[in-house]
Design a protein around this ligand. Structure first.
Ligand SMILES: CC(C)(COP(=O)(O)OP(=O)(O)OC[C@H]1O[C@@H](n2cnc3c(N)ncnc32)[C@H](O)[C@@H]1OP(=O)(O)O)[C@@H](O)C(=O)NCCC(=O)NCCS
Length: 185
């Protein structure tokens, strides 16, 4: 079982070879707002959706991500490469779901194709497994082949398909590919 009792999630930073995965700061709002205008993020991330505005970015950066950390239920982090904001990743639903904690990610359109998503997802999984999680999982729309490639690159294995699992803001429901990573993977 993932045990975060001994660490302060509000300040936790995870580093990889190229990336710093660190808490959101209020000055991230503009970068998040700009990145989430990309139609692919709105299309594939139900929580973003197609009409993402400043209020949504402010809520995410200053309230929702910090609240998750403060409650000990998740580690939502900004992804920085060379000191620049390039995306978002996280471990969510800690201690809240029998499938295990969930890994998620998105990368700003201008920073894609450099392996950042896979590097970040791998690091988030390592972080959770290193703290005792017996498994971590992620889900990707069956049509989101890019995200499924990221999952495999990050060491996840597909377990199956969850029918009608994803529910988007425009009312669409979609099947999701379910992936997991175990400590030995
Ligand atoms: C999917 C997404 C996270 C990929 O980010 P990225 O940083 O460009 O991905 P990476 O560079 O780490 O790619 C890892 C692998 O996935 C492949 N890949 C990434 N995007 C792909 C795409 N759109 N189509 C096909 N393959 C893709 C890469 O070629 C790479 O494959 P390789 O290991 O064989 O070289 C990014 O396009 C994104 O944010 N999309 C919108 C939001 C989203 O879908 N989030 C995930 C929701 S589940």
């Amino acid at each position: 079982m993932l045990d975060v009792s001994g660490i302060d999630l509000t300040t936790e930073v995870v580093r990889t070879e190229r990336l710093v995965l660190r808490p959101y700061r209020p000055d991230d709002v503009d970068a998040v707002l700009a990145a989430c205008q990309d139609p692919d993020i709105g299309r594939w991330i139900p929580a973003v959706g197609p009409a993402y505005g400043r209020d949504d970015a402010v809520a995410w950066v200053t309230r929702e991500a910090p609240a998750e950390r403060a409650a000990g239920t998740g580690l939502t982090v900004a992804i920085e490469a060379d000191g620049e904001f390039v995306g978002s990743t996280g471990v969510h639903r800690i201690g809240q779901h029998p499938l295990g904690p969930e890994v998620g990610y998105w990368i700003a359109a201008g920073a894609r194709g450099r392996g950042y998503a896979a590097e970040a997802a791998h690091a988030m999984a390592e972080w959770a497994l290193g703290l005792g999680a017996s498994r971590v999982y992620l889900v990707a729309d069956v049509g989101n082949t890019g995200s499924q490639s990221v999952a495999r690159r990050a060491g996840f294995t597909q377990e199956g398909v969850l029918r009608s699992y994803l529910h988007y803001a425009d009312g669409r429901a979609a099947d999701a590919a379910l992936f997991s990573r175990l400590p030995g993977d």
